[in-house]
Design a protein around this ligand. Sequence first.
Ligand SMILES: [Fe+2]
Ligand SMILES: [Fe+2]
Length: 359
Amino acid sequence: MASSLQTPTPVAVETFDAVIADALATPDLTATLAAYPDRATALVGAARELARRAFVLEDDAALDIAHRTLYHLGAQAAWSPVDAVRDNEHDLTIAAVRLELERAFEEQLDRNAPLPEAPPEDPAALRAWLTDLALERDLFPAPSMGAYYREQATLDQLREVVAQRSLFFLKEPDPWTMVIPSLRGKAKAGLIDLILDEYGWGRHDQMHSTVYATLMEKLDLDTDYDHYLDQTAWPFLAGLNFQAMVARHRRLCRRMYGYIYLVEADSPGSMKNYLAAYARAGIEDPDVLSFYELHIDADEGHADVALNEVVMPVVESEPGAAAEVARGVVQGRYLHALVSRHLHAAFSAGASSLRGADR
Ligand SMILES: [Fe+2]
Ligand SMILES: [Fe+2]
């Protein structure tokens, strides 16, 4: 809506995600901002203020709006259908807005989730250290959602998790493909091998995203991309925004290799916990269970490939990369802990984990 950009009122930080969604869809945005340069300044100023409230003050409402804005600008842009309205993705003011938010998000991650120590130089020691960081080390206090799934989760709670995770799993592993061109040699071959498995080696029925869609249908959930965006709590968006950010910045993309390793290493255990929850709920439908079952075996192999055929070849050819790869693991753990804290707080209070459920 050009009108919202022409009015002299200040840009509202509290509804900045809607302002940016409108701006992305405004046909003549660049010309409008050229005619009203104070509006461009106000947009960037509002982004800076939102970034401060969200990523410096860590105000919950601001984090919600900041991550929704980043999702519109980066995560959704890369993977949404081509008919989505985003004429102004590369407008310079929009780019400045995105950088204001991303820089503050990156600083927050570096501040809250730094490396606990420098990575070991010996390859065997590095491998063991990364595995410890991903699976064993008590880095960020969060209640165990694994135990909750095994012992308490209801089918309604599982449906909420499936709905919110659909923002990733209906497009698994699209964010990861964005870093293929950043790799060379053995590491590139390793990542492609892993990713081909996620895409079912080109068989539509075997793509993990297809298996996830079947799971959603069986749970009476909508399988359209981003259908649950408005109801998805911001910690889920933070993980997607992290991936979009590190994938797009060449300076940060080594964090994605570590993040992929973390996700794959963590997956078999998580999938077993979900299966235990479905078993307790009396669900035996193979169309519900197969997404989880297939990941128990597949991701054990994927974790091995991610560590030994992607991460280690990268570090061998560029020893200085180890710290950045490890940041991908540690910052991924931080972001996953945010999700666990959110889900556990909602569920253990008998509340919905969906955004807006309490409004
Ligand atoms: Fe998968
Ligand atoms: Fe996988």
